[in-house]
Design a binder for this molecule. Structure first.
Ligand code: PFF
Length: 500
């Protein structure tokens, strides 16, 4: 049965605007810090092949599914699912999928914003550094490396520890970041999210490519390319044997494409019928994967050039990368460009995560437009405040620990929570969203699109030009995606809590 939607929703101004916003959501901290390192450590070129498979065989079909569920259902992310379920004679209890996704989006944005605050702080530190250099030696100061006046390398990486032990600073920069995000989201889909993406993403791409070109030119391109792409059969075999390839490739593809959080479903609500979902989704997947690889080329050549060891996660940015900036000419300028780029990537992702609860607060299309607009405005401000407050808890739980992935493991105001062992609030939310909620949301989305929505409905929404392409999508979404994502879920619930 076709679903009729009454009421008007705001919509993207066109295909290009939607693609920019969706790429803005997909490209984020995940691409800059996680993919390049995991690729280097888990099999190089072989991992890249596994990742491409994960993106195109698992991520892309789910991305198409989320987009068409949102577009066909309309209203809020939850109402869209319930409406489609009812239309196809299924239980409205499917709405739980929307709640799970919304909880995941909200949970992620609370810590995403704190980390974005750190990046913003470093952009600020670089501005101060450059100003100091110019003050000391005029325009020639622009050529100085970053932190030229700071003594040795432990002092430079120690700046991060200082930040982590200073909740006031962290709260300030998290506060600035979330305030800007809130302002953007209150302005709505066209005037806020779309406008932000159209301004920020081109600058992001320009900086990314420029940094990669410079890094490849002045750095050790050979070592970086070997690290990223040289096939390493042994590493791949190890990761297949212990199952971590699943999380590394498929889990990363999910996080990177912003799936399982009903975020892309929400972006689908604003998508016009004229835009072809398969085409747009494929563009988003290519752009996101391309950015992840170029990010590796922007980071590793300079890291290897100065004989530094790559590190995982954020440890890379606040460790070896800072030391590289410290040793290269024009390092402060390079560093400033890097942090501005990272903040822009984080901002377009944070506003997309924020949009999910904001769209829910707006209410369904059964309400009149004036009420919905009012609800959206008030709801967005309240959600922004809630993100800020929870972020303050995250900031308060920071105590510097040695460089590595886990910066959040000392302050434990909530004692020991059963599922999450001895983790803090931030670790708990990170683990719960990444290991449980996102895979669960993705699993449900695949099952919903493959089994609940009728074949004629999904065929019509996706509008593949050739039937065989539709059949391929249907095969992947019915059998391959639920099986693989289901495995990740089991891994996330049963095995991951016992690691580390
Ligand atoms: N895709 C973004 C990144 O790679 O950083 C952020 C993100 C958005 C993660 C939405 C997860 C998510 F559900």
């Amino acid at each position: 049965m076709a679903v009729s939607r009454s009421g008007k929703d705001e919509s993207w101004s066109g295909r290009a605007a939607f693609i920019l916003a969706a790429v803005g959501s997909a490209v984020g901290i995940g691409n800059l810090v996680r993919f390049p390192y995991v690729a280097g450590e888990s099999g190089g070129g072989l991992f890249v092949i596994a990742y491409l498979l994960a993106v195109f065989a698992i991520g892309l079909p789910v991305l198409m599914a989320e987009l068409f569920i949102g577009r066909r259902g309309g209203g809020t992310p939850i109402a869209a699912i319930v409406r489609l379920a009812k239309a196809d004679g299924a239980s409205p209890a499917w709405g739980i999928m929307g709640w799970i996704g919304m909880l995941a989006s909200f949970g992620i944005v609370t810590f995403y914003s704190v980390i974005a605050g750190w990046l913003l702080y470093y952009a600020w530190v670089m501005v101060g550094d450059i100003a100091g250099n110019i003050g000391a030696s005029g325009l020639a100061g622009l050529a100085a490396p970053a932190f030229a006046s700071v003594g040795d390398s432990t002092e430079i990486t120690g700046i991060f520890g200082e930040l982590l032990s200073n909740p006031g600073k962290m709260i300030l920069f998290h506060g600035i970041f979330i305030a800007v995000s809130t302002i953007i989201v209150t302005r709505g889909v066209k005037g806020g999210i779309e406008k932000a993406a159209t301004w920020l993403m081109p600058v992001f791409f320009f900086l990314l490519v420029a940094l990669a070109v410079i890094s490849l030119t002045v750095g050790d391109a050979g070592a970086a390319l070997a690290f990223l792409f040289q096939p390493d059969f042994q590493a791949l075999a190890r990761d297949i044997a212990d199952g971590s390839i699943l999380v590394n490739a498929v889990g990363q593809a999910f996080f990177s494409l912003s799936l399982g959080s009903v975020l892309m479903l929400t972006y689908g609500i604003y998508l016009s019928r004229e835009t072809s979902i398969p085409g747009a989704a494929t563009t988003v997947a290519f752009a996101d994967t391309g950015v992840a690889m170029i990010a590796g080329l922007a980071v590793f050549p300079v890291v290897f050039q100065f004989g530094l060891e790559p590190a995982g996660g954020l440890g890379l940015i606040f460790g070896p990368l800072l030391l590289a900036f410290n040793q290269m000419p024009f390092g402060a300028l390079f560093g400033l460009a890097f942090f501005i780029m990272a903040v822009f990537a984080a901002l377009t992702s944070a506003i997309s995560l924020f949009e999910v609860p904001a769209a829910w607060a707006k209410g369904d299309i059964t309400l009149d437009e004036a009420t919905r607009n009012k609800r959206r405005l008030i709801g967005t401000i309240l959600i922004g405040l809630a993100i800020f407050v929870i972020g303050v808890f995250h900031a308060l739980s920071q105590v510097p620990v040695e460089a590595g992935d886990n910066f959040f493991n000392t302050w434990q105001p909530f004692g020991t929570l059963p599922v999450i062992g001895d983790r803090t609030l931030l670790d708990a939310i990170d683990g719960l969203t990444g290991n449980v909620l996102l895979p669960l949301g993705g699993f449900l989305a695949a099952v919903f699109a493959g089994y609940v929505v009728t074949q004629s409905a999904s065929r019509e929404e996706l509008g593949f030009k050739q039937e065989k392409h539709y059949q391929r999508w249907r095969f992947l979404i019915r059998y391959v995606c639920p099986a693989v994502v289901g495995l990740i879920l089991v891994y996330g619930i049963a095995i991951a809590p016992f690691l580390n």
